[in-house]
Design a protein around this ligand. Structure first.
Ligand SMILES: Nc1ncnc2c1ncn2[C@@H]1O[C@H](COP(=O)(O)OP(=O)(O)OP(=O)(O)O)[C@@H](O)[C@H]1O
Length: 725
């Protein structure tokens, strides 16, 4: 028996005649058991539903309108005899299905429960991509609404018979009917006398099956159109072509210049949709193209060293793979062309341009927009378009050299792929993705949250019967794979969180900068004012302008408290100005303030000079008085001494001037230490009255200077010996 559950063995006319004569329906030996199993399962499900409805009386008391409509549709179709006919004209699989539907409704009637008819699990799938142009029944759609998982969508494409194949006398062994069913006929060998005239036909059902006349655009819109739409919404999508060498995978994926394939049409469609939505937000498209050849991963857009596969948060990624940012379809076409030139293709006996590697084109679309509350929404969708290398038999291709090694590697990776498909179908915990580079790269597509589409390419030639049967078998298996429901890869960045923190940071920085600038400005203003005051003072000095020095009280008075007369002058000058803007007012006020300051500075300087002069005069007066007093005292004692004292006094009165001179001369300062002279004067004032011995010691230490110490002369009765002569 064939592995496929739907495959049928039909015997030759002779056997059928026998069956007809015996009035027995065409039956499978296990049919009875299967039917019993189905009946039991149905009964169990009905009972379950009944108990559920008893527990929840409000639930489904009356059938939902859509359920009712769906039931009616099915009943109508069954009444109409909308059945599928076997190749030999007799009812086939669909008869069984219809009977089963009726059984379900019968059970519903018995238990009084409304329910959605149950279809075999193989046909149920979850559509997470919206409405497509697929042949999906209403029952499948309804059931899929309740399912939390989706399944891979499987399509079959039959290519036309090649010229060579026709010349070789090949017969067409595949028939696609109803855009869904595929019939594979095995012709018997003319030399096999035992099986002479026996015909084996296998029947497969897929989500959609494309006959040889189907256009590229039809294939694209049925298989991939919805995926492109989903990618723009932030969902991942994968399309991969599977089939024997020369079955038409590359034609389906890439196509020709006249008939572009899925990759090209998807890119065109993507950019057209991006352009349509450009007003909604910002879309960024990135592109990468790689191949897996002889178990090494290579970058097709910038060929170099083999790439290493790594697993991160996003899944399996090829480290160092070039991601090109694409802005237009033309640009992507150029990149695709470049990538295909780098792809490994070799002529084999089956295909003149056989792809010896698995090629994966990845298109990543990033979308950013803002919602009503100005939060940033970013979505990332990834579309993987995969053209697998052809599964082949060693005998069919070249046995020799590199081709055989390539073939072995291709087969190994495809075997790994089939192992993964098997494990996924059987619901095993461990899926052997690591067995090959190809399965590692397809991990997301097969077992992740992804809308996955498989296109199985088949040849009509009877010479490729084995490969075609194999491909159909694996495609049929792949239908059973359940994948996680495809989720939207969306991220919402709240304005309050990140932007708020950023704004606070910015505010602090600005405040800091502002205070620094304020300090700098104040310093500059101070400098400017000082400079202006100095300049004006210097100019006034040069012009010998005689200004009456202001009194101290007037200097201490703030400008606001000036008398009306004082205020009048600047006001007059201000009003006389032709321009009376706020800036000019400010400028004039500043000028006024500067002028006032200059005047103050000048007045202070003059006051200081006056005070100096007064002080000098007072000092002179005091000295004279003191001298006079001394002289009068001396003259009372001896007239000679009085004379001498007078002389001395005269000299002493000159001494301070000489000292001043010495200290002011810089050359003198270096010849003799000024500090010492200063110290000496200090000693003159403070120590001279205390002890003459100490005074002597000190003067000795200061050498030359002691002889001219003027202050000592001021000490009463202290005259230097040499002065006596
Ligand atoms: N639907 C189709 N319509 C017309 N020609 C087709 C179709 N499918 C395939 N062909 C032709 O069949 C030949 C083989 O197709 P293709 O190279 O796509 O096979 P393949 O499966 O990619 O093989 P391989 O695995 O060796 O690369 C090509 O010449 C191609 O033009």
């Amino acid at each position: 028996m064939p592995v496929s559950t739907r495959s049928k063995v039909m015997k030759q006319e002779r056997n059928e005649q026998e069956n007809t004569n015996l009035n027995l329906p065409l039956r499978n030996p296990h049919q009875g058991l299967k039917e019993k199993m189905r009946a039991l399962t149905l009964l169990y499900e009905q009972q379950k539903r009944a108990s559920f409805s008893l527990r929840n009386p409000n639930h489904n008391q009356s059938p939902k309108p859509e359920d009712q409509r769906f039931k009616t549709q099915l009943l109508d179709s069954s009444k109409k005899g909308d059945r599928f006919h076997r190749l030999d004209g007799k009812d086939s699989t669909f008869v069984e299905e219809d009977t089963k539907e009726n059984n379900v409704f019968e059970a519903d009637r018995i238990f009084g429960v409304s329910s959605v008819p149950v279809k075999p699990s193989g046909v149920i799938r979850k559509l997470s991509m919206g409405n497509g142009a697929r042949n999906v029944s209403e029952a499948e759609k309804l059931e899929s609404l309740n399912a939390s998982v989706s399944r891979i969508l499987v399509f079959v494409r039959l290519r036309p018979m090649g010229k060579k194949e026709r010349e070789n006398g090949s017969r067409c062994c595949v028939k696609v009917l109803n855009k869904r069913d595929v019939y594979l006929t095995e012709f018997t060998n003319e030399n096999d006398y035992l099986r002479l005239k026996r015909l084996r036909v296998r029947h497969f059902t897929f989500d959609s099956s494309f006959p040889e006349t189907t256009t590229q655009q039809e294939v694209y819109s049925t298989t991939t159109g919805d995926l492109v739409e989903a990618v723009l919404e932030g969902r991942n999508g994968s399309v991969f072509c599977y089939g024997a060498t020369g079955a038409g995978k590359t034609y389906t994926m890439l196509g020709t210049m006249e008939n572009p394939g899925v990759m090209v049409l998807a890119i065109k469609d993507l950019f057209a949709k991006v352009r349509q939505r450009s007003l909604d937000g910002n879309h960024v498209v990135h592109l990468s193209y790689l191949e897996v050849y002889n178990e090494t991963v290579r970058d097709l857009l910038s060929p170099g060293r083999p790439l290493i596969l790594r697993e991160d948060k996003q899944g399996i990624v090829a480290a160092g793979l070039t991601q090109y940012r694409a802005y237009s379809t033309d640009e992507v076409m150029a990149l695709l062309q470049r990538g295909n030139q780098n792809r490994t293709t070799e002529p084999t006996r089956c295909n003149e341009t056989s792809s010896r590697s698995h090629a994966i084109l990845q298109v990543i679309v990033e979308y950013k927009t803002r919602d009503a509350s100005m939060n940033i929404i970013s979505r990332v969708g990834k579309l993987s378009l995969i053209d697998l290398a052809g599964s082949e038999r060693a005998l069919a291709t070249d046995q020799r050299t590199l081709r055989s090694l390539e073939g072995a590697n291709i087969n190994r990776s495809l075997l790994a792929l089939s192992s993964c498909i098997n494990a996924l179908v059987e619901g095993k915990k461990h899926i052997p993705y690591r067995n090959s580079k190809l399965t590692q790269l397809l991990k997301d597509s097969l077992g992740g949250s992804c809308n996955t589409v498989m296109i199985a390419n088949i040849s009509p030639s009877s010479q490729s019967f084995g490969e075609t049967q194999n491909t159909l078998h694996w495609a049929d298996r792949a239908k059973e794979i359940r994948v996680k429901e495809c989720e939207v890869n969306e991220e919402v960045v709240q304005v309050g969180e990140e932007e708020g923190a950023d704004q606070a940071k910015l505010l602090l920085e600005l405040q800091k900068e502002n205070s620094e600038l304020r300090v700098q400005l104040a310093k500059q203003q101070q400098k400017l004012l000082t400079l202006q005051a100095e300049n004006i003072a210097a100019a006034n000095n040069n012009n010998n302008i005689s200004l009456t020095p202001p009194s101290i009280s007037s200097l201490m008075t703030p400008p606001s408290a000036l008398t009306a007369q004082q205020k009048k002058k600047p006001r007059h000058s201000l009003l006389s100005g032709t321009c009376f803007t706020p800036e000019s007012l400010k400028r004039t006020k500043a000028e006024e303030a500067v002028k006032e300051l200059q005047l103050t500075v000048k007045a202070l300087k003059m006051e200081m000079e006056r005070m100096k002069r007064e002080h000098g005069l007072q000092m002179k007066k005091q000295k004279d008085e003191l001298m006079k007093d001394l002289c009068s005292r001396k003259s009372e004692k001896t007239p000679e001494r009085c004379k001498e004292t007078r002389r001395i006094v005269t000299r002493g009165s000159l001494r301070p001037k000489e000292k001043e001179k010495e200290l002011k001369s810089p050359s003198h300062r270096f010849a003799s230490p000024v500090a010492a002279a200063k110290k000496r004067s200090f000693w003159d004032i403070t120590v001279a009255n205390t002890s003459p011995a100490l005074d002597r010691r000190k003067t000795r230490s200061h050498g030359l200077v002691h002889q001219e110490a003027p202050s000592k002369l001021l000490q009463p009765g202290f005259a230097r010996p040499h002065m006596k002569h």
